[in-house]
Design a protein. Structure first.
Length: 120
């Protein structure tokens, strides 16, 4: 069963990355609830590797996508990377989540946080 990442609300004012709660990478799969205003923050905790996370899109007649993996992002050594936001019609499964995958080798070096933000 995939590990669910709890979506955190980004406050109106800035928040420090260290104030977010990160979930350890899981090579059996991960998901997060997506409303179209959600981004994924990926933290690489390894000092020597560049692990990657793949977000798996879904087939949508009006998106031109075929449901294969459509976005892979590697966080540089000791860095943080951001992926998203995710349009719901292109990314959400029938249960309203985005599916994530990573390799067995990469998972121990990753921490992820899903953050929802409000525009305007």
């Amino acid at each position: 069963m995939a590990t669910a990442i709890t979506v955190q609300e980004l406050p109106a004012n800035a928040v420090a990355i260290d104030d977010l709660t990160f979930t350890a990478g899981d090579d059996t799969g991960m998901t997060f609830i997506n409303d179209g205003n959600t981004i994924l923050i990926i933290k690489n905790t390894d000092a020597a590797a560049t692990p990657a996370v793949t977000a798996d899109g879904v087939a949508a007649a009006d998106s031109g996508r075929d449901g294969t993996s459509v976005a892979t992002l590697a966080a540089g050594i000791g860095n943080i990377a951001i992926l998203g936001p995710f349009k719901t019609r292109n990314w959400n499964t029938s249960t309203g989540v985005v599916d994530l995958s990573m390799s067995v080798a990469d998972a121990p070096n990753l921490e992820l946080a899903a953050v929802r933000y409000q525009l305007g």
